[in-house]
Design a protein around this ligand. Sequence first.
Ligand code: AKB
Length: 316
Amino acid sequence: MSEKILVIGANGQIGTELVTALRGIHGAENVIASDINSPNYAIRNSGPFEFANVLDKDNLHHLFDKHRPTQVYLLAAILSAVGEQKPKMAWDLNMTGLLHVLDFAVEFKTSKIFWPSSIAVFGPHSPQYNTPQYCVMDPNTVYGFSKLAGERWCEYYYVKYGVDVRSLRYPGLIGWRANPGGGTTDYAVHIFHEALKKGKYQGFLSAQTALPMMYMDDAIRATINLMDAPAENLSIRSSYNLAGISFTPEQLAEEIKKHIPDFEMSYADSDPRQAIADSWPKSIDDTQAQQDWGWQLDYDLAKITGDMLTNLKKII
Ligand code: AKB
């Protein structure tokens, strides 16, 4: 049976790349991109698009009814940094949107749902290094606890209603095709743009702030691998830890200097995103993803840096 896939929040950092990848696999006409905003260039020119507002239940119901998707990827979200500026809005969007989609998955018997979680589900009392799948979780950002609550809802709908929902706790994501939208890890994308445009960058996190990060090619592959995995292999229906690689702003700057020797890195004196970063793990243990669906990382820091610079050079 051919798949009919609905991607909600398709204009974002993950959505832009995921829609392209899914259209390559399933055919452009079978992947409906949707977003609250007008489609960006990549989305508009490669297949069908619908406006969708996850807070508008009737609008979303209409989309499910019209397209009867077999798979839905719900990517619309407010990320950590913006979430702290608009806490109630972040909670509402991140929670209500998910509950609408889970309810429609039950009503329309959608075969599979993907919903992204994040390393932001961990907090200051979680183990900081090799943070395990199961441990103390006390997130102190609205984004973080909306993701943690969302994970509980995902597992609940799986257990209670049999919704085949799958999820990943993404680290910070780095890609050249689309910009990140309001997260704490965004510096790791901005730095490449500024390095090429101006030869210098002022980071908003301190030089030594290690965070787990992942190249977008790996993140998209992980997402598709998880969605393709046989249901019986999946032991986690909340969200899988995904490690990526961990590095500091200073280490990233050093790597960029290997390509742009005059690159100058400086650091802001203070920024509210520092406290968010300090509350997150420095590295993650993703043994369960490796065991259950064979996850293996491809891109290390050197490979990410080379690929980012090569591709951004062509479009900047
Ligand atoms: C953010 O920084 O908010 C996101 C995330 C780690 O989930 N990139």
